[in-house]
Design a protein around this ligand. Structure first.
Ligand code: ATP
Ligand code: MG
Length: 445
């Protein structure tokens, strides 16, 4: 993309309404525009990152054997009356009446709807196990929408639902989700720690929240510092193997790590004092096992092969897709702007032309642009008539991890400069070498 043709409405001023750095930077970098409280338009740059996050979530869910689908945002109230949650949910639920005076709602989550789909089409244990998921907009009329996309009213969530014959099988689905989430967050350059949590209105016993440590997080968390040394990395895992999934779970959940809702001082005291940490965290996901709560209420039963009918065991598993943009920025920025991890960056690198209109410089930039595009990568070429300082400031603000700077002085010696946004380190090299390095970084060699 050539910046002169793009739509990147960066702000010079720091918006006064934004209290935390991720919200400020998303507004300044022209990623979002508020439309009403807690509801945002996703401008092109923000939309690109949102899509990249979605893609990673899809890839990791499909890798784990979970099946993508799409359910609507608007739901009939009657389904929620069956589960008893229509009245329980309270004012967070946006209730709508259609022209025929039917009660509808903008879905805050989809347990009822997926259970309805299941009971309409599945009747045998032979069709299990089954995990369906979608990535869809949700609405919760939060009392205090704030911090930009972190606590919106309309927000994008991946929510997945497992259906299993018994508790053991459902716990395997739970473990599979835990493993897939570890991979998902790491690919986004995030460390999200699974912590024992409270199940809230979804109901159920087993639940973990995934928290990204950040001073601006809304949750207070307590953990054993050893947990921050754990990395999932690129280990191969067989998602069908009960033992392999459980072993990862044990590794990542055996140390003390809890939110304030489940925190227990006596248990915490057993962690050696030097390793006890209290911090703040951003909840970027949650997994639940809730047994037969919905299947019993809504009649989602299967024949068990022994002549009987049994309600299926279920769980639900959410990832805060739009909240993740805020969480990633909270975890990765400096005083100049955002620093995108390579896994989610909106453009793979920037190309800065220091003398727009100079024949040799323009030609060198165009050649770099073509070569990088041929690799299947997307560069953002700043081809505006603007001074170098302004171009650098924009690149730093929008946070592309790599920048290639092209100027007449370097080109006289056949050289361009490659700069890392994260370290600030620059290196002079030939344009060919710069292309190779970018290819290597993104695994395109
Ligand atoms: P919270 O405790 O932050 O209100 P929750 O526990 O009610 O969240 P879940 O039902 O677990 O949320 O939803 C799954 C994920 O969706 C959460 O882990 C979070 O990342 C995201 N999420 C929930 N509410 C919002 C919101 N208002 N804005 C953006 N993302 C949200
Ligand atoms: Mg939650």
């Amino acid at each position: 993309m050539r910046l002169s043709r793009y739509f990147l409405p960066v702000l010079k001023e720091t918006p006064s309404e934004a209290q935390i750095v991720s919200h400020r930077l998303m507004l300044r970098a022209g990623m979002i525009k508020q439309s009403s409280a807690g509801i945002y338009s996703w401008l092109p740059l923000g939309y690109k990152v949102l899509k990249n996050i979605e893609t990673i979530v899809h890839e990791e869910q499909i890798r784990a054997g979970h099946i993508p689908m799409l359910m609507p945002t608007l739901q009939p109230a009657d389904l929620w009356r069956e589960s008893g949650r229509y009245d329980d949910y309270g004012e967070e639920m946006l209730r709508i009446t259609d022209r025929h005076k039917r009660d509808m709602l903008y879905g805050p989550t989809n347990e009822e709807m997926i259970t309805d789909i299941f009971r309409a089409h599945v009747g045998s244990y032979k069709d299990l196990p089954l995990t369906l998921y979608h990535i869809q907009w949700k609405f919760r009329d939060e009392i205090r929408p704030r911090f930009g996309v972190m606590r919106g009213r309309e927000f994008l969530m991946k929510d997945g639902y497992n259906f299993d014959i018994d508790k053991d099988a459902a716990l395997h689905a739970y473990n599979r989700h835990l493993v897939s989430y570890l991979r998902t967050y790491e690919r986004m350059g995030l460390q999200a720690i699974p912590m024992r949590a409270d199940s809230g209105p979804i109901g159920g016993d087993d639940t973990h929240e995934f928290l990204v440590l950040a001073d601006t997080g809304e949750s207070e968390v307590f953990y054993d510092s050893e947990i921050t040394d754990l990395k999932f990395g690129d280990r191969a895992i067989d998602y069908d193997s009960v033992e392999e999934c459980r072993a990862v779970l044990d590794e990542f959940t055996s140390r003390y790590a809890r939110t304030d809702e489940t925190h227990d001082e006596a248990e915490f005291a057993k962690v050696p004092e030097a390793r006890r940490r209290t911090a703040r965290g951003i909840e970027v996901g949650q997994i639940f096992y809730f047994g037969t709560k919905y299947s019993e209420a809504m009649g989602a039963v299967v024949d068990n092969g022994k002549g009987g009918k049994v309600p299926v065991h279920m769980g639900s598993h959410g990832i805060g897709v739009s909240r993740l943009l805020g969480a990633i920025i909270e975890a990765s920025h400096d005083d100049k702007g955002i620093i995108w991890p390579e896994g989610v960056t909106p453009f793979h690198c920037g190309i800065v032309n220091l003398r727009q209109g100079d024949t040799a410089t323009d030609a060198a930039c165009a050649a770099l642009y073509a070569r990088i595009t041929e690799l299947g990568l997307e560069p953002l070429y700043d081809d505006r008539e603007e001074r170098a300082g302004g171009k650098f400031a924009t690149m730093d603000l929008i946070g592309l991890p790599w920048r290639i700077t092209v100027g007449p002085r370097g080109l006289a010696n056949g050289l361009v400069e490659l700069t890392s946004r994260r370290t600030g380190d620059s290196e002079e090299m030939t344009p060919e070498a710069a292309v190779s390095r970018i290819a290597e970084i993104y695994g395109k060699l």
